[in-house]
Design a protein around this ligand. Structure first.
Ligand code: NAD
Length: 286
């Protein structure tokens, strides 16, 4: 048996068409401002794919990159200007930031009503409280991929590897919200030598550690849904955190890397922006 490939692009295309239709009805062109400090190559690539996705649905993306040597206060000032600009509907802060910058303080400067990636304490707290709202884009992409399998996962075992605030932790909260029995693993699980036992019982496995070949294919439960978020460069090739070929032989569904979670993440950002526009003016119907 070979697992069905869960490709992100066709799902992203479906969402793209839905969003383009919604935006037409809004009667305005939503505007996303991406603010960054630094010239990271991966971040530049992500901005380009953001721009393509934005244009495809009718969103304006504006990029502000601070001059080299800009301070944390300069960045905060730029975010505050965007908070007060009525023409800006959503804000994202491009990662990575210079090492000395306090990321949590910076992200919490974004007004929650303009937090397109749902990374402020307020919006993550809403997710924790199971309140309706936005979720971080990659975590939403993982859940959407699970839903696209059409498998009834109610009450099934889910295991998330990685507890980052933008991927692992929110993915775990979303899984609990869908009534999966969920476990989150991290470096402590790895060091205690119990990672394998958790992975072996996962009906749904989401891996976001950034460690190539962390999960041998032989650990995958037969028929499992495997979502590999990891992006690693090995000998000039982009690979995930799961050993793909051996995992594909056991899983029911598996995401490729690249081409799985990535293309969907950027479309989830566009979806979040459209949701923000509607939340900012609740009377607006679409
Ligand atoms: P992060 O570095 O913030 O967190 C990594 C998490 O993995 C931590 O919780 C850590 O405890 C855990 N971890 C690390 N090594 C481990 C090990 N040996 N065993 C068990 N757990 C371990 O990471 P992140 O921001 O969640 O990103 C993780 C990976 O996902 C990276 O490769 C990143 O490039 C990729 N990523 C992809 C997308 C996408 O759209 N496809 C989006 C975000 C991140």
């Amino acid at each position: 048996m070979s697992a069905t490939l869960l490709q992100g692009k066709p799902i992203a295309k479906k969402i793209e068409a839905e969003l383009a239709a919604k935006i037409k009805k809004l009667g305005l062109r939503p505007r996303l401002r991406a603010i960054g400090a630094g010239d990271d190559q991966a971040s530049t690539l992500y901005l380009k794919s953001q721009k393509r996705a934005a244009e495809s649905v009718g969103i304006d993306q504006e990029v502000t990159t601070l001059e080299p040597g800009a301070t944390e206060e300069d960045l905060i000032g730029e975010i505050e200007r965007a908070n007060h600009d009525p023409n800006v509907h959503g804000i994202i802060v491009q990662m990575p930031l210079p090492k000395e910058f306090r990321v949590d303080r910076i992200l919490d400067t974004i007004h929650p009503s303009k937090d397109a990636e749902a990374v402020t304490t307020r919006n993550l707290g809403r997710l924790l409280m199971n309140k309706q709202g936005l979720a971080p884009c990659t975590a939403s992409a993982c859940l959407r991929l699970v839903e696209e399998t059409g498998v009834d996962v109610y009450g099934k075992e889910a295991v998330v590897i990685g507890s980052s605030k933008v991927v692992g932790l929110p993915a775990f909260l979303l899984l609990i919200g869908k009534k999966l029995t969920s476990t989150i693993c991290h470096t402590g699980t790895f060091k205690s030598g119990t990672l394998e036992s958790h992975v072996r019982r996962a009906d749904v496995l989401i891996v976001s550690a950034g460690r190539p070949a962390l999960i041998p294919g032989g650990w995958i439960k037969k028929g499992a849904i495997v979502i590999d978020v990891g992006i690693n460069q090995v000998n000039g090739k982009t690979v995930g955190d799961v050993e793909f070929e051996s995992a594909q032989a056991r899983a029911g569904f598996i995401t490729p890397v690249p081409g799985g979670v990535g293309p969907l993440t950027v479309m989830m950002l566009m979806q979040n922006l459209v949701d923000l526009v509607c939340l900012q003016a609740p009377a607006r119907q679409y």
